[in-house]
Design a protein. Structure first.
Length: 180
């Protein structure tokens, strides 16, 4: 049996809120593992070199996110378990559709990849933001700090994509002709 953390009372350990916290961790754990498989496809599909590098760098961060979550599961005395997140599965499907519907080497494809990437980041930002608050409420301060490190990296990845869209790909895409 896992020992109860000193800062978290037995009452909070058995609460509905605790159950919800665990469910949301299982959701984001699935998400991070899915993104480890998806980011190489996005990097491969991207044309702009900064965008390609952004996806590749974020893959390395995402691998860390997976192991941080494993640490969080350990802190709260739970086995890591991934439960399918239909929202992220849908976002990833959209990303694949964008790849199918755009031509290789176009800035338009990069615009689409940034949309998919930012939708994914915003889902993660929302989830980590909420999880950090729940970790604090439940007395898991160390877990909250780990989740906070990941949140900061998600926000950076999101701003980088905004910057690439504004400075590199959107204008270029606006000069590409629509298909007949
Ligand atoms: Fe992540």
């Amino acid at each position: 049996m896992p020992t109860q953390p000193k800062s978290s009372s037995a009452a909070t350990q058995n609460s509905k809120l605790m159950e919800f916290f665990v469910e949301q961790l299982q959701d984001i754990y699935w998400v991070e593992k899915k993104l480890v498989k998806t980011l190489p496809k996005l990097a491969e599909a991207a044309t702009n070199t900064k965008l390609k590098k952004g996806f590749t760098d974020h893959l390395q961060q995402t691998q860390k996110h997976v192991s941080r979550l494993e640490n969080v599961f350990e802190i709260i005395g739970q086995e890591p378990k991934a439960v399918k997140c239909h929202a992220m599965a849908g976002i990833v499907d959209e990303g694949e559709e964008i790849i199918d519907e755009t031509d290789t080497g176009t800035a338009q494809r990069d615009v689409g990849l940034i949309f998919a990437g930012q939708k994914a980041e915003h889902y993660e930002i929302a989830t980590y933001g909420g999880l950090i608050q729940l970790a604090k409420t439940l007395g898991y301060n160390e877990a909250g700090e780990l989740l906070g490190q990941t949140l900061a990296e998600e926000k950076e990845a999101d701003s980088l994509m905004t910057q690439i869209a504004e400075e590199e790909v959107n204008q270029k895409a606006s000069r590409e002709k629509a298909m007949a």
